[in-house]
Each structure stands twice: as structure tokens, then as C-alpha cells.
Design a protein around this ligand. Structure first.
Ligand SMILES: NC(=O)c1ccc[n+]([C@@H]2O[C@H](COP(=O)([O-])OP(=O)(O)OC[C@H]3O[C@@H](n4cnc5c(N)ncnc54)[C@H](O)[C@@H]3O)[C@@H](O)[C@H]2O)c1
Length: 323
């Protein structure tokens, strides 16, 4: 059974992965090469826990308990040497991840399972420098941002790992109330990101062609397909609507839709102009940067409300008994 966890990289994803396990009582070591980041991340995690308490996602009394479950490291070997499960959430650079996994293979116990949170790299290439034995204990576990709120994790089951090890990892994620998506082929982007990119490609194309204003395009998604997607997946929607209809509409529409093989040119132009979205004050919409932390908070708040309204939401205490 997995009890002791290490998270490698304390950035956007790593700190929220550590936070998520800590509120469910897991013992977590959080490591980063950047000592300034390690010095500051505890305060950031504390503020996020306080916000979760304000939103009644956790009890106020759980804040200090969760904080005490996380230890902070800048020495990799110390961070991982007694761990059962190590999640790499370092930058998306193949060579960096290969070398990191080589060190983890050396520093970790024989039974330790190594996981990568990669968004786009192949498992096979990330395993290039690790031993044959460790290959059987290596998995992609892809979280979604913000990790401590989004209820999904995608798990690889690509044939390198025996089923009993996969089931241990699945059990770990079920114990923190994640919905596990088992992915059977070693393809970049796994499942959820590929679906999202398909939608985003058409959305960027619609705005580029001037078919609707940005707020109307987002409204069409939010109150159209995405409104159903929050409760019912695409394949079930197709079944409910009738596959014959989906076939006819597909033949009519797909030939006039965007099929480009690289990022949209309007998107690229905005990036070149420094219009990066909230972080620069303008993207498709304009933002008052003084309010940026409030805007982010409101985004998280809406996700928490949606999560609580979901039929799959399980009170945290119920799941704690599973550890
Ligand atoms: N940001 C997202 O929305 C998102 C979502 C899912 C998956 N991912 C994936 O998660 C991983 C991390 O992404 P992120 O957005 O958290 O990145 P980030 O840049 O926010 O954080 C990366 C952290 O890793 C640290 N780091 C750099 N070199 C390191 C090393 N050699 N060892 C350990 N730590 C090191 C950095 O100091 C930084 O704190 C990437 O593989 C990314 O593709 C990101």
C-alpha cells in the first residue's frame, strides 16, 4: 500500500499535488531545485488551504494538520529515499526528466513506484536511462490544473507495468477522490488534453474568422456542449442523440472546420504582441491586473461549487478511511 509520497518540483502542479495528498492525511515530501521556491511555497500552500476552509471544502482545524503532513527539501536523495510513490512535476523537458528518473531509480527503494505528470512526453522516452526492473514500476499520472480541485487523473497502463502495481496506484487516487482514466497507449497528450485541444482549435478558428465575439463563443461552449459535458461524456451524448445524426452532421460540418496541424495564427500573433492573457493584462479579454488574484480565486471558487454539486463528489472524511 502506498503511504509515503514525494513530489519533485514545487511549481504550479507540484505544490497542488502535495497539498491534495496532505489534506487526505498522506505523508508528503516536496522537493525543488530552487531554494527560494522551497522557502516560499509553504506560505502559498497555507493560503490555499485557508481558502479551501473558507469554501467549506475542508474544516479550519485541518489546515495545520495538512501543513504538518508536508516536509520541504532541496536534497533529492533525502526527499525520496524512504518513499513508496514519487511524482515528478518538473519542467516539460525530456532530457531533464530522463536524468531525473535516472537519479530517482538510484536513490529510491526497490518497491518505489515512479510517476511523471508529463503533459506531452512519451513514457518510453522518459524511461530511457532507468533499470529494467524500475520500468515495471513507472507510470504516467497526469493531473489537471488546479490539481487539488480538478477531480481527474489519467493513469498509463501501457504494458510496462504488472496489473497489481497499476491497481495500487489506482487505489491511491481513489482514496483522494480522483476519477481515474486508464490510458492504454503511449501517445502524447493522453486523452483529456487531446479532447481539449480539439475544442480549442475550433474555438480559435471561429474567433479568427470573426464568426462571433469572444464572449459569445465562450457562452456557446459554456451553456452548450460544456454544460452537458459536466455530467455526460461525448460518447454517451452521441448515443443519446443517435449515432445516425452524429454521422450525418459530421459529414456536413467536419469538411468546413479547422484541420490545421499547428497552433492557430491569431493565437501566435497575440503571443508575439505580449498579449498572454491574465498574466499580462490582455488576451482575448482585458483584465485589471490589480484584481488578478481575485479573478483566480473566483475561478477556483466556481470549480469548488461545481465539484460539490457533482454526483461523484464524496465527502473527504469517507474517503480518508480508505488509506
Ligand atoms: N501547468 C499545468 O497546467 C500542467 C497540467 C498538467 C501537467 N503539467 C505538467 O506538469 C509538469 C510541471 O509543470 P508546472 O506547470 O508545474 O511547471 P512549473 O514551471 O510551474 O514548475 C516546475 C518546478 O520544477 C522546478 N524544477 C526545475 N528543474 C527541476 C529539477 N531538475 N528537479 C526538480 N524540480 C525542478 C522549478 O523550480 C519549478 O518550481 C510538466 O511536466 C507539465 O507539462 C502541467
Amino acid at each position: 500500500m502506498i503511504k509515503k509520497i514525494a513530489v519533485i518540483g514545487a511549481g504550479t502542479m507540484g505544490h497542488s499535488i502535495a497539498l491534495n495528498f496532505s489534506i487526505y492525511g498522506y505523508d508528503v515530501n516536496l522537493y525543488d531545485t530552487n531554494s527560494t521556491r522551497i522557502a516560499n511555497v509553504e506560505e502559498e500552500i497555507k493560503e490555499e488551504l485557508e481558502f479551501l476552509a473558507e469554501e467549506e471544502f475542508i474544516e479550519p482545524s485541518e489546515i495545520m494538520k495538512a501543513l504538518s503532513n508536508i516536509c520541504y527539501f532541496t536534497d533529492l536523495q533525502e526527499a525520496v529515499m524512504d518513499r513508496d510513490y514519487v511524482i515528478e512535476a518538473a519542467p516539460e523537458i525530456l532530457k531533464l526528466k530522463q536524468e531525473l528518473f535516472q537519479k530517482l531509480d538510484e536513490f529510491c527503494l526497490d518497491h518505489t513506484i515512479l510517476a511523471s505528470n508529463t503533459s506531452s512526453l512519451n513514457l518510453e522516452s522518459m524511461m530511457a536511462l532507468i533499470s529494467n526492473d524500475r520500468r515495471k514500476k513507472m507510470i504516467v499520472n497526469h493531473w489537471y490544473n488546479p490539481g487539488h480541485i480538478m477531480p481527474i487523473v489519467e493513469l498509463s497502463f501501457f504494458g510496462n507495468m504488472p496489473e497489481d502495481i497499476y491497481l495500487k496506484v489506482e487505489h491511491l487516487y481513489k482514496s483522494i477522490n480522483k476519477q481515474c482514466v486508464k490510458v492504454l497507449k503511449d501517445i502524447p497528450g493522453l486523452v483529456a488534453n487531446r479532447i481539449q485541444q480539439g475544442v480549442a482549435r475550433e474555438v480559435f478558428s471561429i474567433i479568427e474568422q470573426g464568426i462571433a465575439a469572444p464572449e459569445d463563443i465562450d457562452k456557446a461552449l459554456q451553456f452548450g456542449p460544456a454544460f452537458r459535458y459536466a455530467t455526460t461524456g461525448q460518447l454517451e451524448i452521441a448515443d443519446l442523440g443517435g449515432l445516425d445524426i452524429w454521422c450525418t452532421v459530421g459529414d456536413n460540418l467536419l469538411k468546413v472546420m479547422d484541420n490545421s496541424l499547428s497552433a492557430n495564427s491569431l493565437l501566435r500573433r497575440k503571443v508575439e504582441e505580449g498579449k498572454l492573457g491574465l498574466k499580462s493584462g490582455e488576451g482575448f479579454f482585458k483584465y485589471n491586473q490589480e484584481n488578478s488574484s481575485e479573478i483566480r480565486k473566483r475561478f477556483i471558487q466556481k470549480l469548488i461549487h461545481q465539484l460539490k454539486a457533482s454526483e461523484y463528489y464524496v465527502e473527504k472524511k469517507t474517503s480518508l478511511n480508505n488509506i
